[in-house]
Design a protein around this ligand. Structure first.
Ligand code: S3P
Length: 177
């Protein structure tokens, strides 16, 4: 039986684990809205994430991320939220997510992540050298996504399969697939 959550579905996970792509398909499947937190931050600030990092710095970005996430979750019915990879770092953000719906952590192998992010200039934390920075950041964040209700490995899985696993698992806290 498929159990739908009452409120929001919030996707967390490292860069390149497929949050935006999965959120898009999951929202379409449910007939819900999709909200991309990075996009909402760009709209709020009127500039791109790399511009925000270089003009105001990471601490400012994190404050805006917390504010925009809080606002987003206040109107959080029937919405699939794709968060940025670092949105889980602040405890207040984790608490807000857990209180607002089902939190799903997407994971992927380091090789898969590198394949997906290697030549992407839009991720300031990778600073153009993903092969070095991805393994370091993954190590630093190895427990950062453990608070999620569900955990799904996206390596070698189709988007449809991942969506199905989320829908099947949405009522079963603590599931890993
Ligand atoms: C970040 C991930 C990015 C974006 C910003 C910081 C992070 O989002 O929010 O560059 O700290 O992991 P994606 O996970 O969508 O790349």
């Amino acid at each position: 039986m498929i159990v739908l959550p009452e409120k929001a579905i919030i996707l967390v996970g490292f860069m390149g684990t497929g949050k935006s792509t999965v959120a898009e398909r999951l929202a379409a499947e449910l007939g819900w809205r999709k909200l991309d937190l990075d996009q909402a931050i760009e709209d709020d600030q009127g500039c791109s994430i790399p511009e925000l990092f270089s003009s105001r710095g990471e601490a400012y970005f994190r404050q805006v991320e917390t504010d925009v996430l809080k606002r987003t979750l206040e109107e959080s019915r029937e919405v699939v939220v794709a968060t940025g990879g670092g949105a889980v770092l602040a405890e207040a953000n984790r608490e807000a997510m857990l209180a607002s719906g089902t939190v799903v952590a997407l994971t992927a192998s380091v090789e898969t992540i590198l394949d997906r992010v290697q030549n992407d200039p839009n991720r300031p934390l990778l600073k153009g050298n993903a092969a070095e920075s991805v393994p370091q950041l993954l190590e630093a964040r190895k427990h950062a996504y453990d608070f999620a209700h569900l955990r799904i490995d996206t390596t070698n899985r189709s988007v449809d399969e991942i969506v199905r696993l989320i829908l099947d698992g949405a009522g079963n806290s603590g599931t890993t697939a």
